[in-house]
Design a protein around this ligand. Structure first.
Ligand SMILES: NC(=O)c1ccc[n+]([C@@H]2O[C@H](COP(=O)([O-])OP(=O)(O)OC[C@H]3O[C@@H](n4cnc5c(N)ncnc54)[C@H](O)[C@@H]3O)[C@@H](O)[C@H]2O)c1
Length: 355
């Protein structure tokens, strides 16, 4: 991959999580110097352990809600590029723990931005939010970066609030006072190896398949933009590269979703997982009951802006994305070396052409 991130000091928040682990491994492959700030990993069989992330970065465990500690890490580490992924990322958990969700996703993000403002080495900041930051109108059109922000459940609202916060920091501080680039990245529903989060459909599928049980599908008709984890991460790396070249041109929100073909309902995803696994079944629970927490029914992203202005495009179709994901979990259950396999998935992905 042609990148100017090589030998740069990069700080990743959320490096013990699913996406953060893959990002840290990819940054290592392109020869960046990496420091991670996160809480302890939740799952012992998740990407952080399987990809041996603690051996390839400075692995710091700290709560982003503790501003003083975060600031002293920034001052000591002197990072140039920040990827802020740390968050409470689950819709269902946000109903159970709304205060924690808002605290971490909003005030935690404010702490990171303020620490960036106080750290002279910082040049580029990319804050990872989500496709769920848009006010969901249940319409068939993909949301564009200039559509209205919103969010009914606490997770979505907290990410919309993080978007507003970023905009405020950009306009109030970074634009006029210092030469710092600040962008947000809104990805779709991500699948890939090493995610064992509860209440996410892909880990639910793999857990059931490993136990030879039918997969229980909570919300089969909900339509989402599915993409392999390497797709948005490639987008974030591409964006950081472009921002290092020209900070002011790219300090904006960016969608990184799949092509049209990746927009499918949950049932179609489960069917494809079962097909790739080679065996298994599922039972759809039908429409959510009146008592189920609200989750949007239809959500898609418009990626014309990233296609046209970043020259970024998806590289994987829906079936390939599911196959790469299922291959990873199968290899893990077969006891294969997951560092080698994951590096190979990244290298193969880098060598692919855009669709
Ligand atoms: N996975 C998806 O489908 C998806 C889609 C769109 C956006 N996102 C966003 O991408 C980011 C990463 O998501 P993920 O799926 O890897 O989640 P994850 O749960 O696997 O990882 C979350 C990370 O955040 C860290 N973290 C949480 N609270 C923290 C705190 N108070 N202090 C320090 N670190 C803390 C955790 O330790 C972990 O490293 C999140 O911001 C999420 O909202 C994820």
């Amino acid at each position: 991959m042609n990148t100017n991130l090589s030998k740069r000091k990069v700080l990743v928040t959320g490096h013990t999580g699913f996406k953060g682990s893959w990002l840290t491994l990819w940054l290592k492959i392109i020869n960046a110097e990496i420091c991670g700030i996160s809480l302890d990993p939740v799952n012992i069989n998740g990407a952080f352990h399987e990809l041996n992330i603690s051996s390839i970065c400075e692995d710091i465990r700290e709560d982003i809600n503790d501003y003083e500690s975060i600031l002293s890490i920034f001052i000591e580490q002197k990072p140039e590029i920040i990827f802020h992924l740390a968050a409470q990322p689950l819709v269902i958990d946000s109903y159970e723990r709304p205060i924690e969700t808002f605290r971490t996703n909003v005030m935690g993000t404010a702490n990171i931005l303020e620490a960036c403002r106080q750290t002279p080495s910082v040049k580029v900041i990319i804050v990872i939010t989500t496709d769920k930051c848009y006010e969901n109108c249940e319409w068939i059109y993909g949301y564009r970066e200039n559509d209205r922000l919103g969010g009914r459940d606490p997770y979505s609202a907290s990410k919309a609030a993080a978007e507003l916060l970023v905009n405020s920091y950009r306009e109030s501080f970074f634009k006029s006072q210092r030469d710092i680039g600040l962008a947000t990245a809104r990805a779709g529903n991500v699948i890939g190896g090493g995610d064992w989060a509860k209440n996410r459909i892909l880990p639910d599928c793999i857990n059931s398949l490993l136990c030879n049980e039918p997969i229980k599908v909570r919300n089969p008709f909900a339509v989402r933009p599915w993409q392999h984890v390497l797709e948005p991460l490639g987008g974030y790396l591409n964006l950081a590269h472009k921002m290092l070249e020209n900070i002011n041109l790219y300090s904006e929100p960016w969608n990184f979703g799949p092509g049209y073909e990746g927009i499918k309902n949950v049932e179609a995803l489960v069917q494809e997982v079962v097909r790739c696994w080679g065996t298994g079944s599922y039972s759809a629970c039908g429409h959510p009951s009146e008592n189920s927490p609200y989750e949007a029914g239809l959500l898609t992203l418009d990626i014309a802006k990233a296609r046209n202005l970043l020259d970024w495009n998806p590289k994987l179709g829906f079936s390939e994305s599911v196959k790469m994901t299922v291959d990873w979990y199968k290899a893990q259950s077969d006891g294969i070396n997951m560092v080698d396999l994951s590096c190979k998935q990244i290298e193969d992905y880098q060598n692919r052409q855009y669709l």
